[in-house]
Every structure is written in structure tokens, then in C-alpha cells.
Design a protein around this ligand. Structure first.
Ligand code: GLU
Length: 468
């Protein structure tokens, strides 16, 4: 393999959202380049004018931005480079590795029909391939690459192994249409060459294209990049991913409240592995990632695995970063942002929220006690715990709390004594306390809430609830 510095690229077509397969392709390219002091480039393949939209381009940029997959330099528009693509087609013509074909669509169709009728291959064999310039008519023409007719085209793919295509299966592909527009297959090669791409890592649905793209590399005498065609992602049921099977846009995964770090970890594990490691940091992924660890079998989505990895990332993240990401999540899902006080409260509470939480909505739910303001309104389930007896006990409690030193031990002592004095177990007291302090049934422990809220706020909330 060459010693050139690594250059990879992600080359999405802006015809829809950035889906999980595209995001994984981008991640693999990013990891491979960034882990080797290489360059990671972004090319928007917007040559299909009818299907490309600025909104889709924006969704791709936003998705990559959120995932933290930064690219070097400006994103390149393939359409903007059409002149350069046409120039290369003309260079091929000048070098004799391509030729002018004057066949009209009707003639091509007639050729195919005759081939079908005679049971021959319908690959079009242009009669103009070897006609000298002097015999050319003054008529519109397409430029076709002169593909070898004998022998084989070999793609040495790092993931798929050696793939061999018989050259008699390849036609003289058009590189420049008669209206002067370059074809996509030419554009990809010219762009990859001009961008200095050393490794093409992309979905294996492009493996067949690689054979045709090789024609252009060979015609131009350019270095062929290292190919790595990665298997597609399948749904949990093992079937090809479709919208029905959870082929969601990356923004939908974001809206579920998974941290970007967790999604990066999960995506990296979709089709690539490093020993038995499931949970890893970005630094580890950058150090470990290699194309050779990519598996040949399709990867399967596994939501449980994502949940488990996400919980581990949440547990490992520092509290301030978690709060910042939760605030971003609220913004991205059009929910009210956190106030300064809420950010501060959430950060202090985070130690008792993040245990086992799989996504931000769980943290927000559990953190309601600190996000909410007095008077706390109890939801239906919590309100049931605030019967008259419980309210009375809560008001009896407040004088004891007023004189307490605000430590876990002291609070435990007070609450246990108060429960005993009323002939109940502490557990029976916990439900009305949760209702009074948080208005919810799923909360951190009563002691944690009291410690985070502080003495004055705790007492005020109990008094609110004790008031009949
Ligand atoms: N634009 C192609 C796609 O979105 C990728 C082409 C490539 O990576 O060479 O599937």
C-alpha cells in the first residue's frame, strides 16, 4: 500500500435525509482519516438536478455536524465541477482512450432489439469505436470510453476480497453525453482523483460501479484508490433496511435523545469490531479503527445494544457536558431551553439522575424535581399518595427539618423516626415525599432530592403539600 497520507471522503447524494447507513459510511471514513493524521473530505453528489434539494444537503450537513464528523475544507459540490469532468472526457478522446459515438437513441434501441431476438448480449457495441476522425459526420456525438473487450477487470477490495469482472460484460460506457453533460460515473472518478482520495470506503451497493469506474482510471492512467465496499445494514429482523425497518434519518435518532458519542460508538460497531469491545471512547475508536476489522456479512440494527451503549456513555460523561447536550437536545426537538437556574440545578442533580438512564428524556423526566418550580403540581399517579393522612405527616415533619443539619445521615434519622412515630415503614412515607418534592413517582431517592434541593426549598415544598 502507498505511503501517501490518507485522504478519505464521504460523498452523499442530497436526495433525502442522512440515514443510518450513510452516517456509518461517513463515520468509517472519518475514523480512518482522523486516526491516521489524514484528511477527511465531503463531496455533495448533486449532479442529479431533479432529485437533489438544498434541504437534503442541509440535513446532511446538520446530521454530520451533530455527530461530530467534521470535514476538512469546504464541502465540494459535484455539479459545480461539471466543466472539469467534461474536460477529462475530452482528454480521454485526445489520448485515444475514448471515442466519439454518433449512434442515435433509435439506433441503440434497434441494436438491442436485434441482440435480444438473436439471443446475444444486449450490451451496446458502438460501430464508431474504430472509425477514424476523417469519416465522422458533422452530427452530435457522445464520448464513450474504449473499454477492453478481452480479459478481466480486477477489483482488489479490502473488505470483499478480489472481485473479478469479465471485460466482455462491460460496455463502452458513455462519459460525456451528446448534450455535453458528463455522466455521474465519470464525475465520481475525476473528483476522487482531483481530491487526492486514497481510500474509497462506501456501501457495497457501489461495488458494480467500481468496475466501470476502473475504466476511467485506466483510461487516464491514474492511481486506483484502495477500495473498501462495506456491507449494508439490515433491520433487526435481518431484512434489508427500509423505512419500515427503522431506516430513520439521523435527526430522528437525535430526537430520541441519544448522545452523539453513543451513536458514534454504536455506528462504529455496526459491521466493524475490535475484539470483544462494545463500549469505547472516540479516542479508542480512532486508535483501533481499521478497514481490516470490517466484516463481510451485513450488520444488523440492535436497539437494545444502542440503549446499553448509550447508558454507558451517559454514565461516563461529565455532568456539565451532559447538561449542555440536554440543552442542545431540547433545542433540536423544539422544546423550551433550560434557564441558567435549571442548568445549574440539573448539573448538581446529575449524579443521582444518570444511573442507568438510556437517553436524555429519561434524565429530564427523573430531573423534573429540580427543573420544576414551586408550587409543584403532582401528576395523577403521584397525587394519589397525597391523602389527608400523608399531608398531616408532611406538615409534622417540617419543624424537625428546620433544625436539622442537612446531611444524608441526619435526614435518614429524621425520616425514619417520623415514620416509626406514625406506625409506618419509611417506604410508606416515600411516596408522599416524592409527590411533594417532585410531583412524580419516578424520581431519584428522597434523600438525594432533599440534598439537591437544599433545606429551604425542601421545607417550602413540604409545606405547600401539607397545606390542605
Ligand atoms: N453518492 C453515492 C451515494 O450517496 C456515493 C458514491 C460514492 O461513495 O462513490 O450512495
Amino acid at each position: 500500500m502507498s505511503e501517501r497520507p490518507v485522504v478519505t471522503r464521504f460523498a452523499p447524494s442530497p436526495t433525502g435525509y442522512l440515514h443510518i447507513g450513510g452516517a456509518r459510511t461517513a463515520l468509517f471514513n472519518w475514523l480512518y482519516a482522523r486516526g491516521r493524521d489524514g484528511t477527511f473530505l465531503l463531496r455533495i453528489e448533486d449532479t442529479d438536478r431533479a432529485r437533489s434539494t438544498p434541504e437534503a444537503t442541509q440535513a446532511i450537513l446538520d446530521g454530520l455536524g451533530w455527530l461530530g464528523l467534521d470535514w476538512d475544507g469546504e464541502a465540494i459540490s459535484q455539479f459545480d465541477r461539471a466543466d472539469r469532468h467534461a474536460e477529462v472526457a475530452r482528454q480521454m478522446l485526445a489520448a485515444g482512450t475514448a471515442y466519439k459515438c454518433f449512434a442515435t437513441p433509435d439506433e441503440i434501441e434497434a441494436f438491442r432489439e436485434a441482440a435480444r431476438a438473436e439471443g446475444r448480449s444486449t450490451l451496446f457495441r458502438s460501430p464508431w469505436r474504430d472509425v477514424p476522425e476523417v469519416d465522422h459526420p458533422d452530427a452530435p456525438y457522445a464520448i464513450r470510453v474504449k473499454a477492453p473487450r478481452a480479459g478481466e477487470t480486477v477489483i482488489d477490495d479490502v473488505v470483499q476480497g478480489r472481485v473479478t469482472i469479465r471485460n466482455d460484460q462491460l460496455d463502452d460506457m458513455i462519459v460525456l453525453r451528446s448534450d455535453g453533460t458528463p455522466v455521474y460515473m465519470l464525475a465520481v472518478v475525476v473528483d476522487d482523483h482531483d481530491m487526492g482520495v486514497t481510500h474509497v470506503i462506501r456501501g457495497d451497493d457501489h461495488l458494480n460501479n467500481a468496475a466501470r469506474q476502473m475504466l476511467v482510471y485506466h483510461a487516464m492512467g491514474w492511481d486506483v484508490p484502495v477500495w473498501a465496499h462495506i456491507p449494508l445494514i439490515h433491520g433487526e429482523d435481518g431484512k434489508k433496511l427500509s423505512k419500515r425497518h427503522g431506516a430513520l434519518g439521523i435527526e430522528e435518532w437525535r430526537a430520541m435523545g441519544y448522545p452523539a458519542a453513543a451513536l458514534r460508538n454504536y455506528l462504529a460497531r455496526l459491521g466493524w469490531s475490535h475484539g470483544d469491545d462494545e463500549f469505547f471512547t472516540d479516542a479508542q475508536a480512532l486508535e483501533w479503527f481499521d478497514i481490516t476489522g470490517i466484516r463481510k456479512a451485513p450488520a444488523r440494527l440492535d436497539r437494545k445494544k444502542l440503549d446499553s451503549l448509550s447508558a454507558q456513555h451517559i454514565a461516563a460523561m461529565d455532568d456539565a457536558s451532559l447538561v449542555a447536550e440536554i440543552d442542545d437536545f431540547l433545542a433540536a426537538t423544539a422544546q423550551p431551553r433550560l434557564s441558567a437556574a435549571q442548568r445549574d440545578g440539573l448539573e448538581r442533580a446529575m449524579y443521582c439522575l444518570k444511573d442507568r438512564a438510556r437517553a436524555f428524556p429519561e434524565l429530564i423526566e427523573k430531573g423534573q424535581f429540580i427543573l420544576t418550580e414551586r408550587p409543584v403540581t403532582a401528576d395523577e399517579a403521584a397525587a394519589r399518595a397525597l391523602d389527608p393522612v400523608s399531608r398531616r405527616i408532611l406538615s409534622q415533619l417540617t419543624p424537625h427539618l428546620q433544625s436539622a443539619s442537612w446531611t444524608r445521615e441526619a435526614l435518614e434519622g429524621i425520616l425514619t423516626r417520623e415514620a416509626e412515630a406514625n406506625g409506618m415503614k419509611f417506604g410508606a412515607l416515600a411516596a408522599p415525599l416524592r409527590a411533594a418534592l417532585a410531583g412524580r413517582t419516578a424520581t431519584p431517592s428522597v434523600y438525594d432530592m432533599m440534598l439537591v434541593l437544599g433545606q429551604d426549598e425542601t421545607i417550602a415544598r413540604l409545606e405547600d403539600a401539607g397545606r390542605v
